[in-house]
Design a protein around this ligand. Structure first.
Ligand SMILES: Nc1ncnc2c1ncn2[C@@H]1O[C@H](COP(=O)(O)OP(=O)(O)OP(=O)(O)O)[C@@H](O)[C@H]1O
Ligand SMILES: O=C(O)c1ccc[n+]([C@@H]2O[C@H](COP(=O)([O-])O)[C@@H](O)[C@H]2O)c1
Length: 210
């Protein structure tokens, strides 16, 4: 049985913040791997004009993850899932030998109540919230926490997450990283058009679901 952390994201582009927090989560939660699930299209960001092509975002994630226990995956493209509840059901069906924990930044938990069947997600897998500068108060005050606060686990139990029956949510206190893709795009809006940015990256060699 492998212990897998799942970090879903646009990765537009992938950056040091994703990498630092994923590696720290591997240590804190005793994970074998973190899988970055590159989203073909975040349902709440439909029509975003600054969204780079999927292939460029996947390539940037693969480059950032190279040589680590992080794997960048095109699973959502291959499984034709866009909503996290559907992705998780497909992963659990296709990868019965693995145990999954959903990772999300403190900024994302603040929006969680807008996700399709968010209570269903929390009933399916434990959730670990990664700290992010400027968002930790918003995370504690998140609308979804009105329901999730009954299921908060102490950080001292972080490595025991496979024994929990969800809902279960854990706030990890880890060194933070201020990097954001929005700030990187502001510096270099054409990052995905540069030679070597991977816009011709190949598909189909992401995580094998079996
Ligand atoms: N610096 C960071 N610290 C903690 N979590 C982060 C950080 N950057 C991204 N994340 C988390 O990683 C996941 C994917 O993030 P995403 O790809 O949207 O990057 P982003 O920097 O938040 O992008 P954008 O600025 O375009 O919204 C989300 O759960 C997000 O909260
Ligand atoms: O399932 C949903 O309704 C849903 C709504 C918004 C975002 N998500 C997921 O949240 C993750 C973070 O997305 P992003 O674009 O903020 O990096 C990514 O995996 C999205 O698919 C999921």
């Amino acid at each position: 049985m492998k212990r897998i952390g799942l970090l879903g994201g646009s990765f537009n582009p992938a950056h040091e913040g994703h990498k630092q927090l994923s590696l720290a989560a591997i240590d804190a939660l005793g994970l074998d791997e973190v899988w970055w699930l590159v989203s073909p299209g975040n349902p709440l960001k439909e029509g975003a004009s600054d969204m780079a092509p999927f292939e460029a975002r996947l390539s940037s994630a693969r480059e950032m993850a190279a040589g680590t226990s992080i794997k960048a995956s095109d699973f959502e493209l291959r499984s034709e899932t866009r909503y996290t509840i559907d992705t998780l059901q497909a992963l659990i069906r296709d990868c019965p030998g693995n145990r999954f924990i959903w990772l999300m930044g403190a900024d994302t938990i603040a929006e969680f109540h807008r996700w399709k069947d968010w209570r269903g997600i929390a009933q399916l897998v434990p959730i670990a919230v990664l700290p992010r500068p400027g968002y930790d108060e918003a995370a504690q005050a998140a609308r979804a926490m009105g329901w999730l606060s009954a299921f908060v686990r102490p950080e001292s139990q972080a490595k025991c997450w496979t024994e929990w029956s969800p809902p279960a949510i854990l706030f990890l206190r880890l060194p933070t990283n201020p990097t954001s893709a929005t700030a990187l795009r502001a510096l270099d809006p054409n990052w995905h058009r540069r030679p070597g940015s991977g816009s011709s990256g190949s598909l189909g060699d992401g995580i094998s679901p079996t």
